[in-house]
Design a protein around this ligand. Structure first.
Ligand code: HEM
Length: 479
């Protein structure tokens, strides 16, 4: 990026910045604005990208009553992600939907409240817990392998996203609550059936331009409230158990237990904050990671020559072992990680995020021009755009080529590749997510041949809580 982004207070400058109202944008319908086109086909991020192609990287649109500035300009993306929590906050249209259902956690909190919750969340996901979460991930990966052996034996087609969702949920619940959900092998647990329902309801509300449920609750909204209360009761029960164990002198061995007795520099948090953070781990950590793993497997099925390379690397690194022995072995599965990075570039689970300035201010774009934003004005950052379109940084950007990550590997959080965000609110689950996705990719590719099953139609993108692959089915056979 050539321009150093800068941010100015309008009050300081008195000022010639262009107003967001003067930005070009798609023609809006009366009352609904651009909402119908935005939600049509269930891929709003693709529509946002098309509008950026048409109107330039920074434009405006209207979703019902909401005016939104959309930007894919790397200078704006960089500046807004880094100037948090002081100058920008998460858009209330997103955080209010989460917060009215579950208690605030690190993802939705702001200011000092966010600082406290962030410290706790990063503590439990920090490299000092690496060994512990590595063991959980290998145990769950072993189970996934057994499931796929059964699929190979029966010849049944595999619903890949269902499998990767069970996988990431089992890992997230294991780490967050010390509970072996084991949704890969059974389906009787209350959490296993209720959490996916919660995720689906969140995404449906995020895509609804007018929050009707604040005025009138339909039966599905009442069912959702009941589900939240049930999940909360389950989490609270486990928290009581964690408290009892830690108070009886046991060493904390999972996120909940760590919350009972936080590290010295982490402040004590309330029970409500504990519940909020556990929900955040489950919500932020499962759909995103299952989508990334699903897309990585999809690309291997489409590119047998790349599949072969992942397999050769796994043979060399794992030797006689079925699963990586330790985190160091994971570090040597570089080609598998390159496959995951390339999947994240072409199919980012979080293609856009909403923010608001906390005060009137102006921001400088890559072209050096100032754009003034009013306090609380909603801004969508189109995180997917640079990775998919920037031909300078990613030559032939539409081509799936893991090799590009092996030479001159760009760091995450460096534009234009920001699948985990950037700045102070950068995703704290990144390392865990990369371990999960690289391990699944490597171990399954090593063990099985993949045949795409397109009986449900082509594999396409859909936006749920995260951007997910739809119609992704495989048949597998022993290598
Ligand atoms: C491939 C998988 C994942 C992707 C693509 C992803 C992506 C993201 C993105 C884009 C953000 C917003 C960052 C920002 O505002 O700058 C975020 C935040 C967050 N993620 Fe992830 N994530 C993934 C996995 C995980 C996992 C496994 C966990 C935990 C178990 C997790 C926990 C969180 C939390 C707690 C936040 C909020 C951070 C804050 O606001 O301070 N994520 N993630």
């Amino acid at each position: 990026m050539s321009t150093v982004p800068s941010l100015n207070s309008n009050a300081d400058r008195g000022d010639a910045a262009r107003s967001s109202r003067t930005l070009a944008g798609p023609r809006a319908l009366p009352f609904l604005g651009n909402a119908p086109e935005f939600v049509r086909g269930g891929v709003p991020h693709r529509q946002l990208e098309r509008w950026a192609d048409e109107h330039g990287p920074t434009y405006r649109l209207r979703l019902g009553p909401r005016n939104v500035v959309v930007t894919a300009d790397p200078a704006h993306v960089d500046l807004i992600l880094r100037r948090r929590p002081h100058d920008f906050r998460r858009a209330r249209s997103t955080s209010s939907i989460v917060d009215e259902l579950v208690r605030p956690g690190a993802f939705t909190a702001e200011g000092d409240h966010w600082r406290r919750l962030r410290k706790v969340a990063t503590q439990s996901l920090s490299p000092s817990y690496l060994r512990q979460y590595f063991d959980t991930v290998t145990m769950v990966t072993g189970r996934l392998l057994r499931r796929w052996e059964a699929f190979a034996a029966s010849g049944e087609r595999i619903d890949v996203l269902d499998q990767t969702t069970r996988y990431t949920l089992d890992v997230a619940v294991g780490l967050a609550m010390g509970h072996d959900l084991n949704s890969l092998e059974n389906s009787g647990d209350g959490l296993h059936t209720r959490l996916p329902a919660l995720l689906a309801a969140f995404s449906q509300r995020l895509m609804t331009p007018i929050p009707y449920w604040r005025l009138v609750k339909l039966p599905r909204d009442r069912r959702l409230d009941a589900t939240v209360r049930e999940v909360e009761a389950l989490v609270r029960g486990r928290y009581e158990g964690a408290k009892a164990r830690v108070e009886a002198g046991e060493q904390p061995s999972n996120f909940l237990e760590a919350l009972v007795r936080p590290l010295d520099d982490v402040p004590e948090i309330t029970e409500s904050e504990v519940l909020g953070n556990v929900f955040t781990m489950l919500l932020a950590g499962s759909d995103t990671t299952s989508s990334a793993a699903g897309w990585a497997l999809h690309f291997l099925a489409e590119h047998p020559e790349i599949h072969e390379k992942v397999r050769a690397e796994a043979d060399e690194v794992l030797g006689e072992r079925e699963l990586p022995a330790d985190p160091a072995a994971m570090g040597r599965l570089q080609y598998a990680e390159a496959v995951v990075n390339e999947a994240l570039r072409l199919r980012p689970p979080i293609p856009f995020l909403g923010f608001e300035p906390t005060r009137n201010l102006s921001i400088t774009g890559s072209d050096g021009r100032e754009l003034s934003l009013a306090a609380d004005e909603e801004v969508f950052l189109l995180l997917s755009y640079g990775g998919r379109r920037d031909a300078e940084r990613f030559p032939a950007p539409g081509v799936f080529s893991p090799e590009r990550w092996l030479e001159g590997k760009p760091a995450d959080g460096k534009l234009p590749f920001v699948p985990f965000g950037a700045g102070p609110r950068f995703c704290p689950g990144r390392n865990l997510a990369l371990i999960e996705t690289s391990m699944v990719t490597s171990v399954l590719a090593r063990t099985f041949d993949f045949t795409p099953d397109r009986s449900a139609g082509a594999v396409v993108e859909g936006l749920s809580f995260a951007m997910i692959p739809k119609n992704l089915y495989l048949r597998v056979s022993p290598r």
